[in-house]
Design a protein around this ligand. Structure first.
Ligand SMILES: Nc1ncnc2c1ncn2[C@@H]1O[C@H](COP(=O)(O)OP(=O)(O)O)[C@@H](O)[C@H]1O
Ligand SMILES: [Mg+2]
Length: 574
């Protein structure tokens, strides 16, 4: 199954290059055949030298053929190098791009569940498996196959018995190899699994490098890695000791074959049935073929391991999630930006529902603030609106269109999100802001930066990694300003700003909200005072609803939160 999945994926790229593939197969087979012909020419030379036939003139032809043949052999190898050069780089880059695009088409939870380093590693494993298969394993299999067929024919032409003897040995050798291959695969799988655990641990540890340093955790991390290394060492040792015994058995079978061949050859040579040349040819072919078959058996193991790892990585990336603009999902058209949550039921874990039939209508252009304690479900509500997760029951609509039936690209075109921890690319600030609207002019980008409170006109070329938390958040706000989408979502947009900057940015946020349907989540309740409506969420339930003043008068949960933030005195003055 694993092999088929990988082969099909590789074939999809190879199919477009049939001529090069044919050339590759022919050249690889040639390389195998030339080795065999050379050995046969050696036999002819020995026979002629041994004096049974003519003088030096008889040697000229086989000598010339030997020379030409050797040069052809060299040329064929260079031909293979050239074909690989024409095949590998273009296909590898096409494949990388294809996998990169596929990963980006995955829904957001895919990236939450897997470390980004692990996804990058999946891409590398697949493309490396392709390179190794084409650049090495494929050539050796084809070359070996051609070598085997030609040698057996030539051996048979001298005496059929030698070919039959060799075939019988090969049959036994192959049968035993197939019988043990299941066990070998299990060992290989275990090694692949422990290896991927190790890389996962390394990526995980390096992504929290700052914490490791600050908490003095380097030694603990090292010890933790050692536990995984120990498991890998054990798996490796198990496979190694199994192979040691198996190779010992295989080696003995080769010794027996060579002994039988030599015995027969001496016997027939003594009675004049085989010439000295035949003797040398058959024995050297036996050495060549047993060596090749043994090496190729090892290669099958390597091939299976490559394909196993490749299939595992492919299974993460190839599963199709129908959330793009395919036939079954239509493009959404958002004009008013009216949002409606209709009796939504949702749970992350079975039997632990977060939302149990909640409803909420937000009119087009309305500005709604959502408050509530940490873990109340505020971010989840936004993630459901953005279609990151599927609802268990109920539906969410934008301008009457069910979010589940709109393709994601068109949904995201209508929404601008400013989140708590915006991700920035390791690129210039200008590029980072422009990311939300690639067509925007420099002036527009600078204007958006200014409106977001980023006073960095001279420093727009600085790298985003040099920014503080607050500056990063302002980049996210600038992106939303530049995107100018009809729906605006703010999930703790000012959480990393100090009070003064927050006050300054608040003005640009309100300007940003103008004419847009806005959902704003924030702990800074003062940011929400001018919202049309405030919703208080608690454990997935809407417990209070109204304007800032209404809710203060009600003296409920919102008033408690307000008191906790600004103190009683402020409340009295309201
Ligand atoms: N990806 C997730 N998988 C499982 N549980 C989650 C996930 N995201 C959030 N939760 C849980 O859902 C609840 C609501 O989380 P969230 O919506 O982030 O709350 P808020 O934004 O109000 O702080 C929390 O108990 C949180 O632990
Ligand atoms: Mg949250």
């Amino acid at each position: 199954m694993a092999k088929e999945q990988c082969s099909q994926f590789f074939l999809a790229f190879l199919r477009k290059r049939k001529t090069l593939i044919c050339l590759y197969v022919v050249l690889a087979a040639w390389v195998g055949l030339f080795g065999v012909f050379n050995a046969y020419l050696l036999k002819v030379l020995i026979d002629r030298l041994s004096g049974s036939l003519g003088g030096f003139r008889d040697l000229i032809a086989p000598l010339l053929i030997l020379l030409v043949n050797s040069e052809f052999h060299n040329m064929s190898w260079r031909g293979i190098n050239l074909v690989c050069l024409k095949l590998i780089p273009p296909i590898k880059s096409e494949m990388t791009r294809d996998l990169f695009d596929r990963a980006h088409q995955k829904p957001y939870p895919f990236f939450q569940k897997r470390l980004s380093g692990a996804i990058a590693q999946d891409v590398a494993i697949i493309t490396d498996a392709f390179e190794r298969t084409i650049g090495n394993i494929g050539i050796r299999f084809i070359r070996g196959g051609a070598q085997l067929i030609a040698s057996l024919i030539l051996m048979g032409s001298i005496h059929l018995g030698y070919s039959l003897l060799f075939l019988s040995w090969m049959f036994c050798f192959a049968t035993v190899s197939v019988l043990v291959s299941k066990k070998v695969r299990a060992y290989s799988r275990e090694i692949a699994r422990t290896q991927s655990e190790i890389s996962g641990q390394i990526v995980d540890s390096f992504s929290a490098a700052k914490e490791v340093k600050l908490f003095g955790g380097a030694a603990a991390e090292s010890n933790r890695l050692d536990r995984f290394l120990k498991r890998w060492r054990y798996a490796y040792k198990q496979k190694g000791s199994f192979f040691l015994k198996f190779y010992l058995l295989q080696g003995c079978s080769i010794t027996c074959l060579i002994f039988a061949m030599t015995f027969l050859l001496i016997k027939q040579h003594l009675v004049g049935l085989v010439t000295t040349g035949d003797f040398v040819y058959i024995l050297s072919s036996t050495f060549l073929l047993t060596e090749m078959i043994w090496a190729n058996t090892e290669l099958i193991d390597q091939f299976n391991e490559q394909m196993g790892r490749c299939a595992q990585s492919l299974s993460h990336l190839l599963k199709v999630e129908n959330e793009n603009c395919l036939e079954n999902l239509k493009e959404g058209i958002v004009k008013k930006g009216e949002i409606s949550f209709e009796s939504i039921v949702f749970s992350y874990k079975p039997d632990h529902p977060l939302f149990e039939g909640e409803s909420l209508r937000i009119a087009g252009g309305e500005k709604v603030g959502i408050v509530g304690r940490s873990g109340a479900g505020k971010s989840t509500l936004i993630h459901l609106l953005l279609g990151f997760y599927s609802l268990d029951k109920g539906r969410i609509t934008i301008d009457g269109q069910d979010v589940a039936s709109i393709c994601r690209e068109s949904l995201y075109q209508s929404v601008a999100v400013v989140s708590q921890n915006p991700a920035l690319f390791q690129r210039s600030l200008l590029e980072n802001i422009r990311f939300s609207n690639q067509m925007a002019s420099d002036e527009k980008v600078l204007e958006a930066a200014r409106l977001a409170g980023l006073d960095l006109q001279d420093a727009l070329d600085i790298n985003a990694s040099e920014l503080s938390g607050g500056e990063r958040q302002r980049v996210a706000i600038a992106r939303a300003i530049l995107k100018n989408a009809p729906i605006l979502i703010l999930d703790e947009p000012t959480s990393q700003l100090d009070a003064i900057t927050e006050y300054e940015v608040k003005a640009s946020l309100y300007r940003l909200m103008e004419g847009k349907t806005t959902i704003a989540i924030t702990h800074y309740l003062s940011t929400l005072s001018e919202m049309d409506r405030i919703i208080v969420l608690d454990q997935g339930k809407i417990i209070e609803e109204g304007t800032h003043v209404d809710l203060l008068r009600k003296n409920g949960k919102y008033a408690d939160l307000w008191k906790a933030q600004v103190g009683n005195s402020f409340l009295v003055t309201q």
